[in-house]
Design a protein around this ligand. Structure first.
Ligand code: PLP
Length: 263
């Protein structure tokens, strides 16, 4: 099998837990070739976000073009976009690319325990619409689902929907995949941890990598969820706030993926 070339379009997290840094770790450990188009530079650590500087749309588009024109792209992951102008430019640039696109509609940083931080204002969220329509898979968490109009509205607006249950409160976490063909649910016990920073980024990148490798949607989502579970179990416990998950810790999450059992 050839190496899937995966382009992550997202913001930078200098503390290495989320954003592009998480994307690159996930794609690399799952055997993909990771490329990145940076949309924004954030200043943050496990305690929260201190500053955000969004790049001009022309620079984001130029990074995408540089990757597509030379190395080529088998799948795209979209995370933090940073501004409405960047969201619109990315949508224009990706239209017609013809590869799977996984869109994680990032709105808030999840380094809970810290101050958190808004990563998409209302105008940026409003500009998500064309990307939601063209995405192969949209991966909202529960607050993002509500902000985007709820399950029924999103089922009409996008092709396939993965509703992540991590922000719920029950003892079990349910991640539900809704496609035009039906529904599939992955359920697992909620892990008692504050170290969940980067779970959304990691999941979307892992799924993009597996789609780029040629897996079907359901199989790619199942492997992505398993990868995040393995990395959650191996979180290194770094930082005073919401710490990173353990892509690398004690072996790596890709190796432990086969041992994860869903109920
Ligand atoms: N993208 C960037 C640049 C971020 O800084 C964050 C969170 O801090 C996210 C995305 C979303 O993180 P998570 O995967 O924890 O939802």
């Amino acid at each position: 099998m050839s190496t899937p070339r995966v382009l992550a379009i997202a913001g930078s997290d200098p503390s290495g837990g989320a954003g592009l840094q998480a994307d690159i770790k996930a794609i690399t450990l799952l055997g993909g070739y990771a490329m990145s188009a940076i949309t924004a530079i954030t200043v943050q650590n496990t305690r929260g976000v201190q500053a955000v500087e969004v790049l001009p749309p022309t620079l984001v588009v130029a990074q995408i073009r540089a990757c597509v024109a030379d190395i080529g792209v088998d799948a795209v992951k979209i995370g933090m976009l940073g501004s409405a102008a960047v969201a619109e430019a990315v949508a224009d640039e990706l239209a017609g690319l013809g590869v799977p696109i996984v869109f994680d509609p990032v709105m808030l940083a999840t380094n809970k325990g810290g101050s958190g931080g808004v990563l998409a204002d209302a105008a940026t969220v409003a500009a998500f619409a064309p990307l939601i329509a063209m995405a192969t898979l949209l991966t909202p968490n529960l607050p993002e689902l509500a902000a985007l109009g709820g399950e029924a509205a999103l089922r009409d607006a996008t092709k396939n929907l993965l509703i992540k249950g991590g922000h719920g409160s029950g003892a079990r976490v349910e991640d539900r995949l809704l496609t035009p063909e039906g529904a599939r649910c992955w359920a697992h016990p909620r892990l008692p941890t504050r170290h969940t920073h980067g779970t959304g980024c990691t999941l979307a990148s892992a799924i993009a990598c597996e789609l780029g490798a040629g897996l079907g949607l359901e199989e790619a989502v199942g492997r992505g969820i398993g990868f995040v579970q393995a990395a959650l179990v191996a979180a290194p416990g770094f930082g005073a706030g919401g710490g990173p998950i353990g892509h690398f810790a004690r072996g790596n999450a890709a190796q432990r993926l086969e041992q994860i059992v869903f109920t």
